[in-house]
Design a protein around this ligand. Structure first.
Ligand SMILES: *Cc1c(COP(=O)(O)O)cnc(C)c1O
Length: 366
């Protein structure tokens, strides 16, 4: 069996270090706000050359914190894409704002920046690009628009650890950026965890306060915040894994290149990266017209596949009250019908990539 992501295989390789570090936390009995979280915060932020970074409880709370720290509130609008995980819009709604969607580009499946301006109103406060599948969104034109209209930019980097756009790490372009360490992400905790980058010290201070009950001191609160803290066991696990992240990202890249070399001449369309970017290769996503058939066949060969994502956000039942209908974002809708993810992780071998590609090409219809 070749799973989409081989977490047991990864654990086997790092088990000794992980257990040692978890034991240190258990022995210390310091589970919240100890040294591991601070050390991880420093290392993760500096690895990305980010100004400030705070650990938090998950990638969804990270987005909520970033929005609220920037002052996004009830009645505001935040521009994002329909082709993402539900949490992107959910967190915008948690902040009291309304997600306003713009369609995606058919080659990159990321925000079509040429459509942003038409979506701006006098209520727009922020643009939230998602670096989906680890592929950087087109940040240069996006930042120009944000500057011209005085809008904040918050990058959803949940899938894009260590990805680069024109030599610069994603997450360092906007006013804030958010990461997820959900177990299946490129850097995964053993539970839930997340991260917020901020560009300014003032925003950083608000993020830190909000994620810890709006505390000034232990029992004095000058803001109503949340319990959105990262815990020490997760930070200890993440610190062990962080030392492998560059190497793992490099193996993901090699595996993705291998897939491309085997599949790209066959007429099957693969989601593209834009020039001058280095993807984090979170997922290997292509478009097929006989998806169910491919998935069944691959399953019969012991290969896991998945769909990221089958329902664009504007057509999610929970968001029906936003009033969208089929046809509003045709590129996202077409992608949702056709996308398929093949296994991609650092544990995947070259031989497995060859086997998966061979079997995939036997059944796929472009
Ligand atoms: C995973 C993910 C999130 C949410 O992260 P959690 O840690 O699961 O809360 C948000 N946005 C995107 C694009 C994601 O992939």
């Amino acid at each position: 069996m070749i799973p989409l992501v081989n977490l047991p295989g990864q654990y086997k390789k790092i088990k000794k270090e992980i257990l040692e570090q978890i034991e240190v936390v258990l022995e210390s009995c310091s589970f919240i706000q100890g040294e591991f979280v601070s050390e991880f915060e420093n290392k993760f932020a500096s690895m990305h050359e980010a100004n400030f970074g705070s650990g938090c409880s998950n990638g969804t709370s990270a987005i909520h914190l970033a929005l609220q720290a920037l002052g996004v509130k009830l009645g505001d609008e935040v521009i994002t894409v329909p082709n993402t995980f539900f949490a992107t819009a959910e967190a915008i709604l948690h902040a009291g704002a309304k997600p306003v969607f713009v369609d995606i580009d058919s080659n990159t499946h990321n925000m079509d920046v040429s459509q942003i301006e038409a979506a701006i109103t006098d209520r727009t406060r922020a643009i939230m690009p998602v670096h989906l599948y680890g592929n950087p969104a087109d940040m240069a034109p996006l930042m120009n628009i944000a500057k011209r209209y005085g809008l904040f930019v918050i990058e959803d980097c949940a899938q894009a650890h260590l990805a680069k756009y024109r030599g610069q790490y994603v997450g360092t372009f906007g006013d804030a950026a958010t990461f997820s360490f959900y177990p299946g992400k490129n850097l995964g905790a053993y539970g839930d965890a997340g991260f917020v980058f901020t560009r300014s010290r003032a925003h950083e201070a608000v993020v830190r306060k909000l994620l810890d009950h709006g505390r000034m001191s232990k029992y004095e609160h000058d803001m109503v915040g949340y319990n959105y803290r990262m815990d020490e066991i997760q930070a200890a696990v993440l610190l062990v894994k962080l030392s492998y992240l560059r190497k793992w990202t490099e193996i993901r890249r090699k595996n993705a290149e291998k897939y491309k070399s085997l599949i790209s001449q066959t007429g099957v369309s693969i989601v593209q990266s834009i020039e001058g970017t280095e993807s984090a290769h979170h997922l290997f996503v292509l478009e097929v017209s006989n998806r169910l058939e491919v998935m069944d066949y691959m399953k019969s060969k012991g290969v896991g596949t998945s769909i990221h994502y089958p329902v664009p956000l504007h057509l999610q039942p929970a968001l029906a009250y936003l009033g969208h209908k089929t046809g509003d974002f045709p590129v996202s809708e077409a992608a949702a019908q056709r996308v398929l993810s093949l296994p991609l992780c650092a544990e995947l071998t070259e031989g497995q990539v060859e086997f998966i590609s061979q079997e995939f090409l036997k059944i796929v219809r472009p």
